[in-house]
Write a protein that binds this ligand. Structure first.
Ligand SMILES: [Zn+2]
Length: 420
């Protein structure tokens, strides 16, 4: 059974029947078919059900607490935990401070979310969103700037996470994943199952126009003003490359790619255009600090991210939700992180749970090889749901300390230096 057959057998792509071991295309069509293999034997394993266990007797390192205090630069909130429970877990695993993306674009909403965390002012940095409600209307500029300034006064320390996965920022809540019931969102392909995107209170109007993308000149005022207010911007452009690639046996990220696939429609930016739009924007606004989250979705092409770093000293990245994607190329990733030791910050992007933290610490700190974390816990699973194995980076202490802590601190400090 080769890998191609396994994938054809496993993915319900609709057309190709599995060809069993010893069975040819010709014999498959004959009147007396070869006996069907027993369920669970290679020709009948669904790719989704393929959960190998490492056969190697090699060191397994359990790290319950990070080696240095952690600043989590990418978190969307306490989720089902209470804030007290979240802080307790932060103490257990060694997270000193967490950036909370409140998702709030108005000061009232920002204040409402911030109140939930007010008991722990030293443990949370609250960030707001851009107010893009009136984008395209004459009042947009004045109103969006006012919302940003109001949120800043109410304590917002940064802006994010902004998303553009192809249709532009006003579509940022347009998940490619549909709700369990109801009609799928128009930008993305319909799917069966998959987790519900609960952070989507109001699906966008399917007739709304696309855009704006990062490099839309109508957004210049907001990028500039955020810089003047000392607010770094966490920005998500594109998505992993496999979500845009052909969904067939050649797709290296297929196991995740199928669930997260993005169907490009006319007028949408593709992966490359999205990355370029950010690259141009960061160069155009050198006094604004940008954090390209998820390694700018260039985990498969870190050289390109490095070139962007070289061009723009105001550009940083976070590694949130890109541990598995880089742990499959540990040596190259390590080289990259050593070459840019002051540019990448730690982030999570999941509801806090200890197993997730332990895996990320293991990947960054140890030299463990060939481990799987599929099915870790439901909330973290999407991060590790690959058929490939994870292999740790074994980062030296100085780089580790930077990624865990100092780089985020430096990002906040650098943003403040630009206050005008
Ligand atoms: Zn995020």
């Amino acid at each position: 059974m080769n890998r191609r057959e396994l994938i054809l057998a496993g993915m319900a792509l609709g057309v190709t029947p599995a060809i069993g071991a010893g069975q040819t295309e010709a014999s498959a069509g004959q009147e007396n078919p070869v006996p069907q293999p027993a369920p669970g034997s290679p020709p009948t394993i669904l790719l989704n059900d393929y959960l190998p266990r490492s056969l190697y007797r090699i060191p397994i390192t359990n790290i319950n607490k990070a080696k240095y205090p952690v600043i989590d630069a990418h978190c969307h909130g306490h989720g089902p935990l209470s804030v007290d429970e979240m802080v307790k877990m932060m103490d257990t695993v060694g997270v000193e401070k967490t950036v909370i993306f409140t998702g709030a674009s108005t000061v009232d909403r920002f204040a409402e979310v911030s109140r939930e965390y007010a008991k722990y002012p030293d443990r949370f940095d609250m960030w707001c969103m851009f107010d893009l409600d009136d984008f395209g209307k004459p009042e947009f500029e004045k109103k969006s700037i006012k919302s940003l300034e109001d949120c800043r006064r109410a304590g917002a320390r940064g802006v994010g996470e902004l998303h553009d996965k192809g249709r532009g920022f006003v579509w940022q809540f347009a998940s490619r994943r549909p709700r369990r019931t109801g009609r799928p969102r128009p930008a993305y392909a319909p799917l069966n199952g998959g987790p519900t995107y609960t952070r989507n209170p109001s699906p966008p109007n399917p007739n709304a126009p696309n855009g704006p993308h990062a490099d839309d000149p109508r957004l210049d005022v907001l990028w500039n003003r955020a810089g003047q207010l000392g607010m770094p911007i966490n920005i998500h452009v594109s998505d992993p490359i496999w979500s845009y690639q052909k969904m067939d046996y050649t797709n290296d990220g297929l196991m995740n790619g199928w669930s997260w696939r993005i169907i490009l429609e006319p007028g949408m930016y593709d992966h490359d255009q999205l990355v370029n739009s950010l690259d141009r924007t960061v160069q155009k606004h050198p006094k604004t600090i940008f954090i390209a989250c998820h390694l700018c979705n260039l985990d498969y092409d870190l050289t390109r991210l490095g070139e962007m770093f070289d061009r723009s000293p105001n550009l940083y990245a976070d590694i949130a939700a890109r541990f598995a994607e880089t742990a499959t190329i540990p040596r190259f990733t390590r080289q990259f992180l050593m070459k840019y030791p002051d540019r990448v910050a730690y982030g999570t992007d999941v509801t806090y749970n200890e197993p997730f933290f332990r895996v990320t610490f293991r990947i960054l700190e140890t030299e463990d090889e060939h481990f799987y974390e599929r099915g870790l816990v439901e909330t973290a699973n999407f991060n590790f749901n690959y058929h490939w194995t994870l292999n740790a980076f074994g980062l030296p202490d100085n780089v580790l300390k930077n990624i865990y802590h100092d780089n985020a601190l430096n990002i906040f400090k650098k943003a403040q230096e630009n206050v005008a």
